[in-house]
Write a protein that binds this ligand. Structure first.
Ligand code: SAM
Ligand code: SF4
Length: 329
């Protein structure tokens, strides 16, 4: 039977985090002093992740996004992706990455069955990029994007827009789509690290769209079947597209079709809801039970809507998860 929650939402999208480790330290994702990594024994082995994926596909999951931390830093990721890509019934295998290691991996990723890359990129200015990632080299990510285009892997660029920091680059990012078949998506900044006064730093999606409409002629695109939460547009005559993802000011809970599994094997039905079901004891034989029942349990309790809004105070609102990198974005 296919997964459906208590509000008749069909759950067909799994975000699977394969590691909590990362080769960057983005300011909006991790605290300045980093995070204590999960012990190696606690991180699920590839066989365990694959068991979860197969079980989820049996229950109607059609799209799997591999994420992290940074998924490309985990040893053995390519053979793992290949095994995931071969699961009968899975329609889309996609990957979210910071792009740093992409230049040497794009061909292998395509051959492993990855259909599309989401690459996180928040600035086109080298110094600003290093500032936001605390250590990253923009040239490597740009080379990664080009390498993906060269091997024919479709690319979505995710830009987290932060007022007073990179919102002056919105139009430059949109301009990239004129000559290149890139899908640029502007994401509302979410309070995932302690950041008092974060509300002032969120640029609402509708403001982003107004700014884009001021500068470009935008035509809205239809939403396709397994499309994510973004509202997408094409600048007249452009090769690529632009879109906004608005978790804060215009949440998309009524269309939410996803569950998340962390690299330690905890499944969550909502980024902003603390309920988790631990799959590891069953995977490792320490507890009786079956995975299907555990996935059903979390889906049955999926909240109708998250409670986070642009008016809340305080810091990390990820409800129990230490960081965005731990929960996979
Ligand atoms: N390391 C990979 C990457 O950066 O693409 C995958 C993991 S990252 C946690 C997944 C996504 O979460 C990225 O696109 C990142 O920009 C987004 N993200 C992390 N913290 C965020 C925040 N505070 N607000 C909005 N998006 C955030
Ligand atoms: Fe790493 Fe991605 Fe988080 Fe940046 S957003 S610190 S690249 S996990």
């Amino acid at each position: 039977m296919k997964l459906v929650d208590g509000f008749q939402r069909r759950i067909n999208y799994l975000r699977l985090s394969v590691t909590d480790r990362c080769n960057l330290r983005c300011r909006y994702c991790m605290p300045a002093d980093g995070v204590t990594p999960i012990g190696h024994e606690q991180v699920l082995r590839y066989e365990e992740l694959e068991r979860i994926a197969r079980c989820a596909v049996n229950l109607g999951i059609e799209k799997i996004r591999v994420t992290g931390g940074e998924p490309l830093v985990r040893k053995g990721i390519l053979p793992f992706l290949k095994r995931l890509g071969a699961i009968p019934g899975l329609q889309e295998l996609v990957l979210t990455t910071n792009g740093v290691l992409l230049p040497q991996m794009t061909e292998a990723l395509r051959d492993a069955g990855v259909r599309r890359l989401n690459i996180s990129l928040d600035s086109l200015w080298p110094e600003r990029f290093t500032q936001i990632t605390r250590c990253g080299d923009l040239a490597k990510v740009l080379a990664g994007i080009e390498a993906a285009e060269q091997v024919g892997l479709p690319v979505k660029l995710n830009m987290v827009v932060i007022r007073g920091f990179n919102d002056d680059e919105i139009e430059d990012f949109a301009t990239l789509t004129r000559q290149r078949a890139l899908a640029v998506r502007f994401i509302e900044y979410m309070p995932a690290v302690v950041d008092d006064g974060w509300q002032q730093r969120v640029v609402p999606g509708r403001e982003i769209l107004t700014r884009l409409q001021h500068r470009f002629e935008l035509n809205e695109l239809d939403r396709s079947g397994l499309a994510g939460p973004s509202r997408d547009f094409r600048i007249a005559g452009a090769e690529g597209s632009v879109g906004v993802i608005t978790p804060v000011f215009d949440h998309f809970c009524e269309r939410c079709n996803r569950i998340r599994v962390t690299s330690e094997g905890k499944v969550r039905s909502c980024l902003f809801d603390g309920e988790e079901v631990d799959l590891k004891p069953v995977l490792r034989g320490a507890q009786e039970g079956d995975l299907e029942a555990l996935l059903w349990k979390i889906v049955a309790n999926k909240p109708q809507c998250h409670q986070m809004s642009g008016t809340e105070h305080g810091g990390n609102l990820l409800a129990g998860a230490p960081t965005m990198s731990a929960v996979g974005g």
